[in-house]
Design a binder for this molecule. Structure first.
Ligand code: COA
Length: 147
């Protein structure tokens, strides 16, 4: 398994992975515009030619907003999401971000457990944030202190 920068070559597999993972998946056009956005960083976990997982973050000044994390079902529980987030955390510290934050469905126990394990804490809730099905979002943040 290798962690690399996600490129346009990965878009077809990313579209497939979005459809597997999310009820409102991103389209190829949406992904392309993310990849062309200089404030976004997307990382991929690749196994040969297979996109096993990916993560994306957008930075605004010294704040990081994690957009999406997804791992193919057959590659789950192997530490891939944890490796991708850990790499982002290292990068975030290196460039001096104050925090990274994300939203997660309140029913998404695997993702919440993952973020807690990596140091994110619950900081709030957005009522009825998600559709299909309608559900609250839990806001989780990891804060970086400057040494
Ligand atoms: N149940 C309980 N805890 C889980 C879990 C599960 N199904 N999956 C991950 N975790 C927690 C565990 O603490 C795990 O450590 P452990 O395996 O040593 O117990 C830790 O997270 C790291 O797991 P990891 O193997 O790195 O996660 P993953 O590569 O399987 O990916 C998701 C986790 C959530 C990204 C993956 O399940 C996924 O793609 N889900 C669908 C998309 C999604 O919900 N994305 C998040 C949107 S906010």
């Amino acid at each position: 398994m290798e962690l690399v920068k996600l490129t346009a070559d990965h878009i077809p597999q990313m579209v497939e992975l979005e459809k597997i993972c999310f009820s409102l998946p991103w389209t190829a056009d949406m992904i392309r515009s993310e990849l062309n956005n200089p404030s976004c960083l997307y990382l991929a976990a690749v196994d040969g030619d297979t996109l096993a997982g990916y993560i994306g973050v957008q930075t605004v000044l010294d704040e990081g907003y994690i957009n999406n994390v997804a791992v193919r079902p057959e590659y789950r529980r192997k530490g891939i999401a944890a490796a991708l987030i850990s790499l982002l955390i290292d990068e975030a510290r290196a460039i001096g971000l104050a925090f990274m934050t994300l939203e997660v469905r309140e029913s998404n126990a695997p993702a919440i457990a993952l973020y807690e394990k990596l140091g994110f804490t619950t900081v709030g809730r957005r009522k009825n944030y998600y559709e299909k099905p309608r559900e609250d979002a839990i806001l989780m943040t990891i804060f970086f202190t400057k040494e």
